[in-house]
Design a binder for this molecule. Structure first.
Ligand SMILES: Cc1cc2nc3c(=O)[nH]c(=O)nc-3n(C[C@H](O)[C@H](O)[C@H](O)COP(=O)(O)OP(=O)(O)OC[C@H]3O[C@@H](n4cnc5c(N)ncnc54)[C@H](O)[C@@H]3O)c2cc1C
Ligand code: SF4
Length: 446
């Protein structure tokens, strides 16, 4: 696709994508199960589940509508609060959000399966092609959005509802950000993310320009040009490349960044037949996703290599438990010092750390013919270096609660603002910023 070509059409995904082998970890409800589960809801007056949802979906209301057979109304309630409600139903860590706060948890009863009910209603809405929203009357104003991930998509949809023209620029050739090419395929595959986006884009008038990076780089669209083209700007460019360990052997074949590897698995074919033992370095959610993905791709031995101990992992415990059930092992208190091998990695030379992550003086070597580094992603805030009124804090874009930066008309949301949270946070921040941009543009007049 040429750099200047404008499109809202979906890219065609390869049919032999490695992610295709995965099955849904949480199978969907049929009608009978959905109605029975919905009927268990106590419809609390001040529902803690709703307070735990970053997009504040009216959960009792959408569940009540399922219980009474009003699926269309249920889906409308969900999408009105969260336009990526179908994705979120699959990818939200509900155990620490809505489901985790269900009052049944304190009553010795299983909590309501809110994510599965949300999936039930939103899947039907998409399959039926129900449309709930239309573009508002044209305001004559336009907004330029950087990045086509959940934050910008949510912002763009809300801005169209308000009648503003929107253009999204993304440096990649595929839309949806990490929701398309990052989330684990046993939660959602790229094709489902793209189907939802196609449905979202039916509001019309969201101009998507793919293959266009915005920033100071060669060939990028400069920020001054972006500002000159539009009446307001939304920054939703997410995080940067996988961080590296800066140890010898990092450039050996077979050593990769985990997010980079996951993107390759989600969007393309992979030949991993030669891998007998894989290691993933890290203890966060990306590391846990990566070990489960490698196991699911058929690698016989997969080991998590983490500096700390099991109890100190930053990744969700429920996800790590699932990884262990699937046969993943761990090497705790292990600090890689070098990757060893001739051309291709064969092992990792590690220092043993104690419970306080202090070196014990012991060294050991761990065999691995594939190593993924899941130790965080860089921040892209430096793209904005020197733009008057934009402040950064440890690489994150600083804004007020509504996403406004210190530069008039410039807003930000999602991972580039919050440092890396969940899809549902990006949707919430994108939507909030869009409401603030709408108010700004209406006050500005002209
Ligand atoms: C491996 C992994 C698994 C995850 N799994 C889950 C999960 O299961 N559940 C969950 O809720 N969250 C998950 N997350 C987090 C979630 O995906 C992110 O919080 C969310 O996608 C952030 O949305 P965003 O729009 O801010 O950024 P992104 O989704 O990162 O989108 C940013 C977009 O900006 C584009 N871009 C970057 N720089 C430029 C530039 N200079 N010019 C133009 N475009 C640019 C990028 O190409 C990208 O498309 C996961 C994250 C990772 C890394
Ligand atoms: S969007 Fe996520 S957190 Fe909110 S109700 Fe749905 S599944 Fe729960």
């Amino acid at each position: 696709m040429s750099k200047s070509e404008s499109t809202s059409a979906q890219p065609v995904l390869q049919s032999d994508r490695a992610e295709s082998v995965f099955k849904d970890f949480k199978p969907p409800y049929d009608e009978g199960h959905a109605v029975v589960e919905a009927s268990r809801c106590l419809f609390c007056d001040e529902p803690p589940c709703q307070q735990a949802c970053p997009t504040s979906i009216d959960i009792p209301q959408f569940i009540r509508k399922i219980a009474t057979g009003n699926i269309k109304g249920s889906a409308r309630t969900i999408f009105d609060a969260n336009i990526l409600g179908m994705s979120c139903a699959r990818v939200c860590p509900v155990e620490v959000l809505c489901v985790g706060d269900c009052v049944y948890n304190h009553m010795g009863q299983p909590p309501i399966q809110i994510g599965k009910l949300q999936r039930y209603a939103t899947d039907i809405a998409l399959a039926e092609g129900w449309q709930f929203f239309e573009a508002g009357p044209d305001t004559g104003k336009s907004v330029g959005l950087v990045g086509a991930g959940p934050a910008s998509i949510a912002a763009a949809h809300q801005l169209r509802r308000a009648g503003h023209a929107v253009t999204i620029y993304d440096k990649r050739d595929v839309i949806g950000g990490l929701n398309t090419w990052g989330v684990a395929p046993y939660k959602m595959k790229a094709e489902a993310a793209l189907e939802e986006l196609e449905w979202v884009l039916r509001i019309g008038g969201i101009d998507i320009q793919l293959g266009i990076g915005v920033g100071p780089g060669e060939g990028d669209l400069p920020f001054e040009e972006l500002e000159a083209r539009h009446d307001a700007v939304f920054l939703g460019f997410g995080l940067g490349e996988d961080s590296s360990l800066e140890v010898p052997g990092q450039d050996l074949e077979g050593v990769h960044g985990a997010v980079d590897f996951i993107e390759c698995m989600k969007l393309g074919a992979l030949d991993l037949g030669w891998v007998k033992r894989a290691a993933v370095v890290g203890g966060g959610n990306t590391a846990i996703d990566a070990v489960r993905e490698l196991k699911g791709l058929g690698i016989p031995e997969v080991v998590l290599v983490y500096r700390g101990q099991e109890a100190g992992m930053s990744g969700y415990q429920h996800e790590w438990k699932a990884a262990k059930v699937e046969g993943v092992t761990a090497s705790w208190g292990s600090q890689p010092l070098a990757f060893l091998g001739a051309g291709r990695v064969q092992s990792i030379h590690c220092a043993r750390l104690d419970e306080n992550k202090k070196a014990t003086g012991d060294m050991f070597t761990l065999g691995a013919d594939l190593v993924l580094l899941a130790i965080g992603q860089g921040k892209l805030g430096e793209l904005l270096g020197g733009i008057e009124g934009i402040a950064l804090e440890r690489g994150k874009v600083v804004t007020d609660a509504d996403g406004a930066t210190g530069r008039p008309g410039w807003y930000a949301g999602g991972d580039c603002r919050n440092g890396g949270k969940e899809v549902v946070n990006a949707v919430d921040e994108g939507k909030r910023a869009a409401l603030a941009i709408d108010a700004y543009l209406r006050n500005k007049g002209g």
